[in-house]
Design a binder for this molecule. Sequence first.
Ligand SMILES: [Zn+2]
Length: 159
Amino acid sequence: MVGEAMIGITALKSAFDLTKGLKDVDDRVRLNDARMELQQKILDAQEAQSALLEKLGNLEKELALLKSWEADKQRYALTDMGSGVLAYKVKEGHENGEPSHSLCSSCYNDSHKSILVSATWNPGRCHVLVCNDCGWYGYISGMAHAEHKDLRPKPFRGR
Ligand SMILES: [Zn+2]
């Protein structure tokens, strides 16, 4: 972004320098060349400004999302879900009409809201929590089994 700003400033500075020299130009060909160069410098400055405005708009959207997430994440507390499995569980009284749920701690720390899904994996009738975003899973009860590898979530985020 600083790069575009510098391009715009440089283009305007050289356009300004060009106009200072124009008053001394009496040759029509040189005058036309100077005009065309001046128009190009102005176009360069306008392009740099457009690029800056687009980037600024994108940054404003990103900032709004981050502010929204910062407010939302205060609703959750890091909680032992059982067997030392940690997740961010919605605090009591902060459900905002949603059913009680918990978020993946890895995704949470990456500023991404991913609701954990509860599942039973067989053999062993294991109770697991699964994040379908990053592919994390945690056993709340039961033991890992080789056949569980086919049940593991396939992460789609961060690929
Ligand atoms: Zn996750």
